[in-house]
Design a binder for this molecule. Structure first.
Ligand SMILES: Cc1ncc(COP(=O)(O)O)c(C=O)c1O
Length: 305
């Protein structure tokens, strides 16, 4: 995983400011109590210029996450979309990762965040393959985490909150300590939930399956895109609860996510799945073609910068 590459400007509370000046007070509420929501979006280079993949849907999820933690953002959807595009333009990147974040700032010291102000920022930076250079082509090894997925009645996975990502960080660190590329978390009932920052899919006997949202996962936009691409190719796609052994028995397993894109999984708990399979590779190829503007049927997923 790459360390951050600095850009020139960050959009904060309506204006572009120099990267180094985008700071916050140490007593900001979010720092102490996790009262922040964020997004992760990618901008790809296409033949007709740079374009952001599913920007409008990401900003919808951003506003929805904020609302669910009682944080009404002082910006409308269209304003956030335009702010993201403006941030990319001002930094001059042909392709990059985009990180909107809204958080409770300085002004409350107790648990209740309501008297703290709401700060909104959008940062962009170049970010290559999240799970390592060889991951997209060769796949990665994963292990079932000893940490359970955040509970739907505690810090719900459906809310992309900073608070949720302590859970992800614990699972990811443990996985790497055990020599895996990434963790897979089971939910409280023992069903497969997701990776620390990815949704998960299986392929068995030609049928594509992924856990339903009701198993406590984030409604991934890459997941949604890949389900649509797979259906358009004629595959049966099921949203159904999966157990650990469904991963062991699958012909193919892969992750989806903005950062991870479509990353094949080549083993689960040291049980070999093998090289990336034909359906994984077909979906991966179509996904990248859609994201880089080479498939006109998915053109509405792209916003030209
Ligand atoms: C926990 C978790 N699940 C799934 C995803 C995939 O979501 P998306 O495809 O919208 O990036 C992410 C990435 O943001 C994530 O952090």
């Amino acid at each position: 995983m790459a360390d951050i590459v600095e850009a020139k400007y960050i959009w904060k509370n309506g204006t572009l400011i120099p990267w180094a000046e985008a700071t916050t007070h140490v007593l900001s509420h979010a720092l102490h109590y996790g009262t922040a929501v964020f997004e992760g979006i990618r901008c790809y280079q296409t033949e007709t210029g740079s374009a952001v993949f599913r920007l409008r849907d990401h900003m919808k999820r951003f506003l929805s996450s904020a609302r669910m933690i009682n944080m009404e953002l002082p910006y409308r959807h269209e304003e956030l979309v335009e702010a993201a595009l403006e941030t990319i333009r001002s930094n001059g990147f042909a392709s990059c990762y985009i990180r909107p974040i809204a958080y409770r700032g300085y002004g409350a010291v107790g648990v209740n965040p309501r008297s703290a102000p709401i700060d909104v920022a959008i940062a962009v930076w170049p970010w290559d393959a999240y799970l390592g250079d060889t991951a997209l082509a060769e796949g990665i090894a994963v292990g079932i985490s000893s940490w359970r997925q955040r509970s739907v009645n505690a810090t719900p996975g459906a809310i992309k909150s900073s608070a949720s990502y302590l859970n992800s960080g614990l699972a990811n660190m443990e996985a790497q300590d055990h020599g895996y590329g990434e963790a897979v978390l089971l939910n409280e009932l023992g069903y497969v939930a997701e990776g620390s920052g990815e949704n998960i899919f299986t392929v068995r006997d030609g049928i594509v399956a992924t856990p339903p949202l009701s198993d406590g996962i984030l409604a991934g936009l890459t997941r949604d895109s890949v389900m649509q691409i797979a259906r358009d190719l004629g595959y049966t796609v099921l949203e159904k609860s999966l157990v650990r052994t469904d991963l062991y028995q699958a012909d193919e397993v892969f992750f989806t996510g903005t950062a991870a894109e479509l990353t094949p999984i080549n083993s689960v708990d040291h049980r070999a799945i093998g090289k990336p399979g034909p359906i994984t590779l077909k979906l991966q190829g179509r996904f990248f073609a859609a994201a880089t503007g080479r498939l006109s049927e998915y053109a509405e997923w792209l916003d030209v910068v």
